[in-house]
Every structure is written in C-alpha cells, then in structure tokens.
Design a protein around this ligand. Structure first.
Ligand SMILES: [Mn+2]
Length: 368
C-alpha cells in the first residue's frame, strides 16, 4: 500500500507552470477565435495566471513567450508578478535568429528565469530544398552560442516536434535528435517533452523512462492530442496516457520540484473559457499524479519479478481506477483552498470583472 500521508505531501508540493499564451486568443489555421475579457498585455496575462494559482495552489509560475510578451521593463514585470504571488517561469522563444536567441538569455537574467525553452519551427518542405546534414551543423552551432551564454543556474530546454510548419523534414523532429544535441551541448541542456508532438501510437512513457535514466529530462509541455498537435486540455483526450507518464515520473523519483523538472502546460483554448480550462488542466495533471503515487510499487515489482503478467497489470490498473478526487479535495482543504477550484473560480466574479474591464485595446493572441 502506498503511504497516504506521503502521497498527500507529494501532491501538496507539486508544481505546474502555466503558459501566458494560453490566456490569449488562439485558433486554427482557419480562424483565431476572440473571447471577451481576454488579456491585452503581458500584465493581464500574469494576472490571469495568478488567478489560476489562487484557486489551485500548485501553479506559482507563468511561462512567457518572446516576442509575444516582450516589454521594455522586465524587472517591473517580474515585480508585478511577485506582487500577485507568482514568479516568471520559462522564457519560450521560437525564432531562429542568433541575436534573438541571445536576447532571450538577457531577458532570463532580468526576470530571474531558470529555463530557456526553444522550439525551432525550422525545416524544409521539399526533398533537395536544403542539405539535411548542413542544417544540423548550423543548428548545433546556434545552440552552442546560446548555451555558452547561459549562467550557472540557467538551463536550455530543447523541444522537438514531429512536423509542422515544415512538412518534408524538421530539424528537431524527435526526442532522439533533441537528446543528441543536448548531450553534445552539456549538462545545462535538457530535453522538453511536448506530449502533443509525437506520431500516433508513440509510447511517451518509454521516452520519459529513458530520458530520466540518462538524466536528460528537463521539462514537459502538457496538452492532449487526437490527430496532431491539437493543444487540447492536458489529460482530456487520454487520461490513461497521462497517468502512465506520471507513473514513470514517480517511479524515477522525479516529481519533487527539487529534482528540477519543469512541469508546464502548453495548450490553447479556442472555444472554451480560458481560465477555468487551465484550472481544469492543472486538476487533470494532479489527478494523474495522485493515481501514479497510489501505485503499490512493492506489489508491482513483486508481480513483475515473478513473471505474473496479469497481477502486474492489475496493480497498475487498481491505482488508475481509484477515484482520487476526494483525496485531492482533502489536499486542497488542508492548504486552505476551496476543494472545487473550477466552481470557486465561477463563483469568484473574476470572469465577469475581466469582461467588464478589458474593453478596448488589442487583445493578445497568436501573432500579437
Ligand atoms: Mn510545446
């Protein structure tokens, strides 16, 4: 049996980072869907992220996106976040220009961010368009320049994506390519797993286990996918997959914030209300984590060692099939929070307030 007091302590200590862009407008390649009350400035995005933290208690940092969240005064922005009880998290950028990559490190210095996350939208659309091997050399050189600029306590998170926007070849299409570049760079470079960036059927928990064993798993971008990079709420499409991923995290003793993995969300909310959808996503990650913590590891290892296939599977499924909502309600109550974060948000009047106040100006969103 898992130690319930230890499970509750681990859940109370869990940290999940929210993405600033999830509070802005988003859409598909056909249309960006506007919603009333959406932030117009990085400050308003930070205020929404602080609201998510106020109701969940486990989301005390917000990732920024450069250039979407670029401001003149980063010290002021950091102080503003701290005044609302949260910190600036990872700096995300997807612009392949050396000067902009280096500028992102300057921004980290000013915001106190530990993590710089790169996703490169680079690749080619046609065979022969460019030399595949030279492109890797150029990628390695660009990464090296940024890596060498990092401070002692800063890290480079290298994200991968199977395809899009380039459809023939992507420069960092999979975890193996990211891992190889990170190994070449050194200790401060680690892989970021975006759960939406794989081919259908990919065993993501295997990647988690492998990278943990190598000490090269640095972060997650949690979201759900049905077809491709759909960016749906984490744990919505396949909660069992999220459980299997979190089990490998627990199995690898990597849940504690001191281990260093940045558990981020990376999602977009096109038609559903953004703040409660992000609260729901945080809760989905918490539920998957609670179930992972409830796995009876002694019984599991015994069954595995004894070659009892059915029993081993049953031990895992027993934990997965446990209703952990009452347990998480207790964890929240112990922390002085409402046990029902989405309900508490709806009753708080915050949504009505931002709809009334955020009138005029230019709403934040894709390309803004
Ligand atoms: Mn991502």
């Amino acid at each position: 049996m898992a130690d319930l007091a230890a499970v509750k302590r681990a859940l109370a200590a869990q940290r999940i980072e929210t993405p600033s862009w999830a509070f802005g407008n988003s859409g598909t390649r056909f249309k960006v869907f506007a919603q009333a009350g959406v932030p117009r400035t990085p400050q308003e995005k930070i205020a929404d992220a602080a609201t998510v933290h106020r109701h969940t208690g486990v989301a005390p940092s917000v990732a920024l996106h450069i250039p979407w969240d670029a401001v003149d005064d980063y010290a002021g922005l950091t102080a503003y976040a701290e005044g609302l009880g949260i910190k600036i998290g990872a700096i995300n950028t997807n612009v392949f220009q050396d000067d902009q990559l280096l500028e992102a490190v300057d921004i980290m210095d000013r915001t106190g961010s530990r993590d710089l996350k790169f996703w490169f939208a680079d690749g080619i659309n046609y065979p022969g368009q460019d030399d595949l091997r030279n492109r890797q050399d150029r990628m390695a050189a660009a990464l090296r320049e940024v890596y060498d600029r990092l401070g002692d306590d800063q890290r480079l998170l290298l994200e991968y994506k199977l395809f899009e926007p380039a459809f023939y070849a992507t420069d960092i299409p999979d975890w193996g390519t990211s891992y190889a570049h990170c190994r070449e760079l050194g200790e401060k470079a680690v892989v970021c797993i975006d759960t939406g960036h794989h081919a259908p059927g990919t065993n993501i928990e295997f990647i988690v286990a492998f990278l943990l064993r190598q000490g090269k798993l640095g972060a997650f971008d949690f979201n759900s996918r049905f077809y491709a990079d759909d960016d749906l709420m984490a744990g919505a499409a396949d909660p069992f997959q999220l459980f299997r991923i979190m089990y490998e995290i627990v199995r690898g003793d990597a849940l504690d914030p001191a281990y260093g993995i940045n558990f981020m969300l990376d999602q977009c909310h096109n038609i559903e209300a953004k703040i409660p959808a992000i609260i729901r996503s945080v809760m989905n990650v918490q539920e998957a984590t609670a179930k992972a913590l409830l796995v009876d590891q002694d019984a599991l290892f015994r069954a595995q060692g004894g070659g009892d296939v059915l029993q081993a599977n049953a031990v895992l499924m027993d934990a997965y099939n446990t209703d952990v909502r009452p347990l998480l309600a207790e964890v929240r109550a112990d922390a002085g929070l409402d046990p029902d974060p989405v309900g508490a948000y709806r009753r708080s009047g915050y949504q009505e307030q931002i709809v009334a106040e955020r009138v005029g100006g230019r709403q934040a969103g894709w390309g803004a």
